[in-house]
Design a protein around this ligand. Structure first.
Ligand SMILES: [Zn+2]
Ligand SMILES: [Zn+2]
Length: 255
């Protein structure tokens, strides 16, 4: 009973074979998928997927890379979609200082607006963080994100950063990079995260785990992340799958 807590199955990379990709996930033991809609182009497709498949849920939010494009109407759309029964979180939201399409100040404003919306609606949030650890922590603190909590997706920070996120009521999710041989820090953090706060994901079609690194990622490969995580924690794959699935069910209200 694996759960892929963060994936993008309506990305154009899956246009040709989306149904087969979903079937392969089922065959690999994936019982729940959280698909992420993160801008004007991807939100409708993510909702449609969640409506088509019982075991697929959706988040809605505005990605920091696209922050410059978000209008007040888009925020209203996100608020309206949060009432949809298959929408389980606001995200992915956050800061991305690697890409420079959206200026930092715009990213920070859009991030804050969505945390405030999440608190108003009492929805958990999914955080995207690239090269912005300190600003993410500061904004989460200032905006009282601990009231709603959520997921630090594809976590890549230090144990110090992870501890502060845990203190603010967040779960820590690991993806493909933790399977890489040289991923010393993610493995160290994964070894220490309380088991009741641990999640796994693919972020497909990106961040493909070993041994498929460089190829297109897909939800079935969450099993490879689970195997690595189980090995690091010294528990069985079945135990790891059950623990992380129960965490996702509890946090996001999945069936
Ligand atoms: Zn992300
Ligand atoms: Zn993502």
């Amino acid at each position: 009973m694996l759960t892929d807590s963060h994936t993008h199955l309506n990305a154009e990379q899956f246009n040709e074979d989306q149904d087969e990709v979903i079937q392969r996930a089922l065959d690999a033991g994936v019982t729940r998928i959280v698909n992420v809609g993160f801008n004007r182009e991807t939100i409708p497709g993510s909702i449609a997927l969640a409506e088509r498949y019982d075991f697929i849920y959706s988040t809605v939010g505005w990605h920091p890379v696209d922050a410059i494009d978000m209008t007040p109407d888009d925020l209203v759309m996100i608020e309206d979609l949060c009432k949809h029964e298959k929408v389980v979180a606001i995200g992915e939201i956050g800061l991305d200082y690697y890409w420079d399409k959206s200026p930092k100040e715009v990213q920070q404003r859009v991030f804050r607006e969505q945390i405030r919306l999440a608190r108003k609606l009492n929805m958990p949030i999914v955080i995207h963080n690239r090269d912005a650890h300190q600003d993410i922590l500061n904004i989460l603190k200032e905006e009282k994100a601990a009231e709603v909590g959520g997921i630090m997706h594809c976590f890549s920070g230090s144990w110090e950063t992870a501890k502060q996120c845990l203190d603010m009521n967040f779960h820590i999710s690991f993806g493909g990079p933790v399977t890489f041989k040289n991923a010393k820090q993610p493995k160290e953090v994964l070894a220490q995260v309380p088991l009741d706060r641990l999640l796994i994901e693919t972020d497909a079609p990106y961040l493909t785990p070993h041994p498929f690194r460089g190829k297109r990622n897909e939800s079935a490969y969450v099993r490879l992340v689970a195997e690595t995580a189980a090995e690091i924690r010294g528990i069985t794959l079945e135990e790891l799958a059950e623990i992380t699935t129960n965490n996702a069910i509890r946090l996001l209200g999945l069936k």
